[in-house]
Design a protein around this ligand. Structure first.
Ligand SMILES: [Zn+2]
Ligand SMILES: [Zn+2]
Length: 350
């Protein structure tokens, strides 16, 4: 075991503060990673503040958008070598034996171990995430990050990237398809870039007209202000797929009406209250409404390789870890374009 610097929260109201945590020494299949950057996901904030009902275990070290360099490997490691640029997303282990794992869909494994706040099978207690100077992870859950991508901007791909990539792949987004992205935040802005990369016709739905130029810059072909009923009506029945990234209460039926026959709307944002869904928009067009979490490890690697090929990263504001509590407040008021990425070198000052 060894000690690592980190930022942790002691209680729901305490905010994050410097801490020292224990990491395991790499076992034979482990990779030790010096963390260079860690993105700030909205889940981090929900978990730190215990807003997801599950009962957050404290102290918590959040962070599941990790990019770093391999500093040590176990004797049996074949996937990564010293000095490699690598990433870790939302999972660090699973049982590898259940039907989901065998299908390469570890994200559905009933025994999945999340990167933070999951029971730690090695050290006891709970797993600690990426707001730290280093982490030790089984090689199977460590991804290769293409070297042409800027590490700070690649970090959010490990959660926001795969969360938007996976449903688009599942529902066959590609050339000749019309794709809507609802909401232009941390998830949505990556979704737009990916959909554009897939060669789809991309329409961004936003409540604020002033996001129009930015949406076009990110790769949208059209921008619709969702409050404008005329603009919405013109889009009726025309979409193959809509990715809904909005985490607040909103009228889902307005978007279901925009799907063509057999079109699908996938939720990746999680509004706190149940959404009211009208049956007729679904019935009349044989449309479907579904949700999607992250992707499996193989698909996450596929996503990173796709991003490498198309030079896709998140738009990030790099911050020192000392500004993390301030960043959470700005995240709540959507005052970030579009994702915070913590420069972990700043942790050395603690
Ligand atoms: Zn996340
Ligand atoms: Zn499994």
């Amino acid at each position: 075991m060894y000690q690592a610097k980190a930022y942790s929260a002691a209680a729901a109201q305490s905010g994050l503060a410097p801490a020292t945590i224990t990491r395991r020494d790499p076992t034979e299949h482990d990779v030790q990673i010096e963390i260079l950057f860690c993105g700030i996901c909205h889940s981090d904030l929900h978990m730190v503040r215990n807003e997801w009902g599950g009962g957050t275990p404290y102290p918590i070290v959040p962070g599941h958008e990790i990019v770093g360099r391999v500093t040590k490997i176990g004797a049996e490691v074949t996937k990564h070598k010293l000095g490699d640029l690598v990433g870790v997303g939302c999972m660090v282990d699973s049982d590898r034996t259940c039907p989901d794992c065998k299908a390469g869909l570890e994200q559905f494994c009933p025994n999945e171990v999340l990167t933070y706040a999951s029971p730690d099978r090695h050290l006891g207690g709970f797993t600690y995430g990426g707001y730290s100077e280093s982490i030790v992870v089984d090689e199977h859950f460590v991804l290769s990050v293409p070297s042409n991508l800027t590490p700070a901007a690649a970090a959010p791909l490990l959660c926001a990237g795969i969360t938007t990539y996976s449903p688009m792949r599942h529902w066959g987004v590609g050339k000749g398809k019309k794709v809507g992205v609802v909401g232009l935040g941390g998830l949505g802005h990556v979704g737009v870039k990916l959909a554009h990369g897939f060669g789809a016709h991309v329409v961004v739905f936003t409540t604020s007209a002033n996001k129009k130029d930015d949406a076009l810059r990110l790769g949208a072909d059209e921008v619709v202000v969702s409050k404008n009923a005329d603009e919405m009506r013109k889009q009726a029945g025309s979409f193959d797929f809509i990715l809904d990234t909005v985490a607040a209460d909103h009228d889902i039926n307005a978007y279901l009406d925009l799907l063509r026959r057999d079109g699908n709307l996938t939720l990746v944002g999680a509004p706190p209250k149940p959404l009211a869904v009208a049956a007729f928009p679904l019935i009349l067009g044989r449309r479907s409404l579904s949700g999607s979490p992250i992707g499996g490890i193989a698909e996450t690697q596929e996503m990173l390789d796709f991003c490498g090929k198309h030079n896709i990263t998140a738009d990030v504001e790099v911050i020192p870890i000392q500004k993390v509590n301030e960043a959470y407040e700005r995240l709540l008021s959507s005052k970030v374009k579009y994702r915070f990425s913590i420069d972990m070198a700043s942790l050395k000052a603690e």
